[in-house]
Design a binder for this molecule. Structure first.
Ligand code: FPP
Length: 241
């Protein structure tokens, strides 16, 4: 679907993607699962291009979950190295195009120091950019994020009756991140899998059977079209507008 079929006045401000199906895509072709992740890079940057083209301000992708450590050692090692490699290879181009790179997730002992350094370098290099904020969820879990927020609030000594929803929101990994308007999950799984649990309370969810390596801008625009055809009421009723 071409971009000109979209209502450019109603482009979602924040889109989040669960890039699922890389492994199955590769296995169906007799390739190692890691080749699926490699192919997924192409889709990811096609989606980044599409966001820049139509003016999406925030894009968040699930690159590695707190549960992904349970995968075979070689795949975990591949994903860590691949994330680092992508950051090194793409950061200048993203910077030139006005993309601000950010990360959400737990920085625990399992995340190699070198990768943390690369993340910090990419964030610092691009921190002044405003065209698109591209957030990479790495060693991210939605429940872990809420636990970490609660720990910080408890450590600050805030009185329980003073804790509100906005206290929690202010203590999430990136308090500036607006809630996603649209969450897209590829590859025929109809689950949230611990992604942005707090933030997606009112997000529209679009699921597609296409595996991530085949998910490119055409399908991305189709998901936005589906979003635009829905009626978001945030728990209220139609305003008669
Ligand atoms: C899910 O497919 C995908 C992942 C666990 C990782 C995807 C990562 C990338 C495309 C690289 C991203 C890099 C940066 C820097 C953002 P899966 O392996 O769960 O597929 P399956 O469900 O078929 O097994």
């Amino acid at each position: 679907m071409p971009a000109d079929l979209l209502d450019l006045n109603r482009i979602p401000r924040h889109i989040a993607c669960v890039m699922d199906g890389n492994g199955r895509w590769a296995q169906a072709r007799g390739l190692p699962r890691t080749e699926g992740h490699r192919a997924g890079e192409h889709s990811l940057f096609d989606v980044v291009d599409a966001c820049l083209e139509i003016g999406v301000e925030w894009l968040t992708v699930y690159a590695f979950s707190t549960e992904n450590w349970r995968r075979p050692r070689d795949e975990v090692r591949f994903l860590i190295n691949f994330n680092e490699e992508i950051l090194l290879r793409r950061r200048d181009e993203l910077n030139e195009r006005g993309v601000r790179i950010r990360f959400v997730g737990r920085r625990d002992w399992r995340v190699p120091k070198r990768l943390i350094r690369r993340m910090d370098e990419a964030s610092e290099l691009t921190e002044k950019n405003r065209k698109l904020t591209f957030t990479i969820a790495f060693n991210y879990g939605g429940r872990a994020e809420i636990v970490d927020a609660v720990r910080r609030i408890a450590a600050s000594g805030t009185a329980p009756e003073k804790i509100t929803e906005s206290t929690i929101a202010r203590n999430l990994y990136d308090p500036q991140m607006p809630d996603p308007d649209l969450v897209i999950r590829t590859s025929g799984e109809y689950r949230i899998s611990n992604f942005l649990l707090w933030e997606l309370a009112y997000s529209e969810l679009v699921f597609t059977d296409t595996p991530w390596p085949e998910f490119q801008r055409r399908e991305f625009f189709a998901a936005i079209r589906e979003f635009q055809d829905r009626d978001r009421r945030f728990g209220g009723v139609d305003g008669g507008g």
